[in-house]
Design a protein around this ligand. Structure first.
Ligand code: NAD
Length: 275
């Protein structure tokens, strides 16, 4: 099939895989955000959603949310307990119960996402990166699970830099390793309540977060040349994976880290450059 015939959230047949399901999507900052790509796919399948956003993002996010009928935008700073309390109170008032949650949040000081990991990593930013990028998923899982009496599904976003070293990814790689391990412990604890937790390990996607990593553009172009499929990771396919995991189609999968990266993670040694 030609590339221009691939399904997008706009051309995806409207379906009912998420009909009757209510959820929270955390981490839409703009039209490039992975969370936005996921939200559009979920909307095409009938999901009802609220977004949590950083306060300053509302101006940019509101017009996007309107296009898919998302009315509730909730300010939420994950490092602030009072903000998290208020956000989940609003979620409960809005929906009563929840069926799914998408966590697409990460942060680290960009001055430490370059050069030597050993020389450039400070105690303060190590702790902050872990807090925002890993601990927040644990905190969110605890709060969301209280609103999931009928079971549910949680998805977070990770990157290969957790498993292998990637230049400049540095402390974020360590935080993503903690996030993936946390996903397994969350899955174990909440499994008996029929709540699943999985991580999608996405290939490089051009977003604000990627722009904060020194050489982020190189992560994209090498992804394209080294990945077995010789193409970028499409945000639609990350959305497709989230749809599978968040719908009943994924009901036996939990504690997994699933790569959606055009196969990049399987390559040990790239093909030789042509002379
Ligand atoms: P993005 O910048 O669009 O999204 C990051 C989000 O995190 C933003 O909405 C931002 O507001 C939010 N955030 C940061 N600090 C926060 C805080 N203290 N409290 C609440 N929210 C906060 O970038 P993205 O690339 O869409 O990132 C989403 C997720 O995907 C991240 O976990 C990222 O690490 C992961 N990821 C990205 C790529 C990529 O190449 N872009 C690849 C794999 C995984």
């Amino acid at each position: 099939m030609a590339e221009d015939q691939w399904l997008t959230p706009e051309t995806l047949p409207q379906g009912a895989l998420m009909a009757g399901k209510r959820g929270v999507v955390m981490g839409v900052a703009n039209k490039d955000s992975i969370a936005w790509g996921i939200a559009r796919v979920l909307a095409s399948q009938g999901a009802e959603m609220a977004f949590t956003i950083l306060g300053s993002m509302e101006r940019r996010v509101r017009p996007l949310a309107d296009t898919i009928g998302v009315k509730t935008l909730i300010p939420c700073e994950v490092t602030d307990d009072a903000s998290m309390d208020a956000a989940f109170r609003t979620v409960e008032e809005t929906f009563g119960t929840l069926d799914f949650l998408v966590h697409a949040i990460a942060f680290s000081d960009k001055n430490e996402l370059k050069g030597s990991f050993v020389e450039n990593t400070t105690r303060a930013n190590f702790a902050r990166s872990m807090d925002i990028s890993a601990y927040s998923f644990v905190d969110v899982a605890r709060r969301a699970s209280k609103l999931m009496p009928n079971g549910g599904s949680l998805v977070t976003l990770t990157y290969l830099g957790s498993e292998r070293t990637v230049p400049n990814y540095n402390v974020m790689g360590v935080a993503k390793a903690a996030l993936e391990a946390s996903t397994r412990y969350i899955a174990r604890d909440l499994g008996p309540q029929k709540i699943r937790a999985n991580a999608i390990s996405a290939g490089a996607v051009r977003t604000l977060s990627l722009a904060g990593i020194s050489g982020g553009r190189g992560m994209l172009s090498r992804g394209r040349t080294w990945a077995p499929m010789r193409e970028d990771t499409s945000v639609e396919s990350v959305g497709g994976c989230a749809l599978w995991l968040l719908s009943d189609l994924g009901r036996s999968t939990t504690g997994e880290v699933i790569h959606v990266d055009a196969g990049f993670h399987i390559v040990g040694l790239p093909d030789e450059e042509p002379d």
